[in-house]
Design a protein around this ligand. Structure first.
Ligand SMILES: Nc1ncnc2c1ncn2[C@@H]1O[C@H](COP(=O)(O)OP(=O)(O)O)[C@@H](O)[C@H]1O
Ligand SMILES: [Mg+2]
Length: 330
């Protein structure tokens, strides 16, 4: 399952994504955590010291190797230089799986031992507000888009991405690469202001979006969210003393989290698993191709100097080979 957390800065994306990751890991599920936020805080939220977090290898710094590996023997992609962030996989491409060793994980993923279970962490690398909208930003977040487009994931294994806030995440195809997107919203007018914007984008691209309230302090907060967001409100995480202790430098064990908030994490998992039923491998692949063709026309053909539409393998469906094998096995 490919899951994203989005929302305004400060709404609690990093807090909730790290807790969701810990919840999944504690129940023995394989998880890859991805930090794609401008402010790279997921490592520390998962318990890394700042010095350790600063040493994490950045995906953005390993793009040539990543492309060389993923392209494999795909005859439509003649070199890593001709591969852009949206170049879709085809026959001959190397695909990634959540549980495996491969050169991409060896170069970029780092294991993190949690108090219950463990995860692998990938980070885009730090970028600044000024990077937004320019090539540097896109090459960093582009690495995540490239990986997700080549990742074949099964039920009960998860990639959880802490995304950057704001409309720039809609400028690329990245926001369509998830089975489910959790929009973290505080019960304030500012908090819900992004909801309508996200909802419009989600509708246009068939993105599964669920609102998760955060820092909810009582029935009035909950009523406010219900009024503003309606049925899109999945659940609400309360204001948490456990989170506050964490912020103060303590390392409270996950099992000490408030039971109501732990229930919220379980609710998120149920919703994620339900999204599995709605998967459509063909549509997923078609959207990857759509964004590739858009990028090709708007800037990449000119930059690379070839017609990048020729990279599309129209016979290929990501995950389709799995379905075929399952069918053959009866
Ligand atoms: N449910 C909560 N209870 C208490 N504090 C919270 C809660 N959620 C988030 N916070 C605090 O709010 C601040 C912003 O949260 P953070 O997860 O960093 O937001 P974002 O990643 O969206 O910018 C942090 O100081 C965090 O500890
Ligand atoms: Mg954050």
């Amino acid at each position: 399952m490919k899951i994203a957390f989005v929302g305004k800065g400060g709404s609690g994306k990093t807090t909730l994504s790290s807790l969701f990751i810990r919840h999944l890991a504690a129940t023995g599920r394989p998880v890859i955590a991805v930090d794609a936020d401008i402010n790279q805080h997921l490592g520390p939220a998962l318990g890394l010291a700042d010095a350790q977090a600063a040493e994490l290898p950045a995906l953005g710094a390993h793009l040539p190797e990543i492309k060389e590996y993923l392209r494999g023997s795909n005859p439509l992609i003649r070199s890593a230089e001709e591969m852009i962030k949206t170049t879709p996989p085809g026959r001959g491409s190397r695909l990634l799986r959540i549980v495996e060793e491969n050169p991409v994980y060896a170069a970029c993923a780092r294991p993190i031992a949690l108090d219950e279970g463990s995860v692998r962490l990938l980070v885009t690398g730090a970028f600044t507000e000024e990077d937004l909208g320019v090539a540097c930003y896109h090459s960093k977040v582009g690495a995540v888009e490239l990986l997700l487009n080549h990742l074949v994931d099964g039920r009960d294994e998860y990639v959880v991405t802490d995304m950057t806030a704001g409309s720039d995440s809609f400028a690329s195809g990245l926001f369509t690469r998830f089975d489910l997107t959790f929009l973290v919203v505080e019960p304030t007018r500012k908090g819900v202001s992004v909801y309508h914007q996200y909802k419009d984008y989600a509708r246009d691209f068939d993105v599964q979006l669920r609102v998760v309230g955060n820092k909810v302090q009582g029935p009035d907060d909950l009523d406010f969210l219900r009024r503003e967001v309606g049925d899109d409100l999945l659940t609400a995480f309360g204001h948490s003393d456990w989170v506050r202790r964490l912020e103060q430098g303590a390392e409270p064990p996950l099992r000490a989290l408030e039971p109501g908030n732990r229930t919220v994490l379980e609710r998120l998992r149920e919703e994620a698993d339900a999204a599995h039923e709605l998967r459509d491998a063909r549509r997923y692949t078609e959207q990857a191709v759509l964004f590739h063709l858009r990028n090709a026309e708007s800037w990449a053909n000119a930059k690379v100097g070839i017609d990048l539409a020729t990279q599309v393998d129209h016979e290929f469906v990501l995950g389709g080979e799995q379905a075929a094998t399952a069918g053959a096995l009866g």
